[in-house]
Design a protein around this ligand. Sequence first.
Ligand code: DX5
Ligand code: ZN
Length: 229
Amino acid sequence: MASDLHVQISPSLLAADFANLGRQVQEAAEAGADSIHVDVMDGHFVPSISFGEILVDAVRRSTDLPLNIHLMVQEPDDLLAGFAKSGTDQVIVHAEASTHLHRTVYHVKELGCQVGVALNPATPISVVEELLPFLDIALVMTVNPGFGGQSFIPSTLGKVRRLRSLVQELGCKTRIEVDGGVKADATAQDSVRAGATILVAGTAVYNRQQTVSQAMERLRSCIQGLKAD
Ligand code: DX5
Ligand code: ZN
């Protein structure tokens, strides 16, 4: 059941120092990150443009950790093969960005990757209900996508809880991931209690106040021993 899974931490590179990206990835790996979250933005689905396949390749060369690739990209199908090059990777597409979500999900699976679907704060769970048994990850956006450093939207916790119930009801193994505004405080703790088993953390891990190792330690100890209610 989802509640018995080890809670994973996935540092988001969006907040990292891009001039020292390889080192920042290695620091996260040494500090016990479970995967590296990579935010791909296209300037259409979200206003910003972040980076593409070439940079994802560079990140892949700097770590053996799975890459948790979050595609904030309108109609991602033509780009999937370029990003999905390793069976250990996790490719997450947005429900709102794909006209034929079932086809997109199967395309990722055929490429040998784990597949996830992300839901914006205003998108209901019903959009992924039919696909849930086929998903490795359901990502609940806890901010509106597009920028790091935003505040966690508390009402999204209800969606995490309902999603967890549905995952249990259907008996599937889908992990629930939360992304946006997660810090070493009630945002991380409440997310875990609600049923999240992957926490994305950008500015909570990469910031000027502490080292990556200290930040990861704070995050890990703040959720120590917590489980879904
Ligand atoms: C936002 C991105 C997030 C972002 C999180 O659209 O999907 O992954 O990097 O950053 P923080 O943790 O700073 O909110
Ligand atoms: Zn993200």
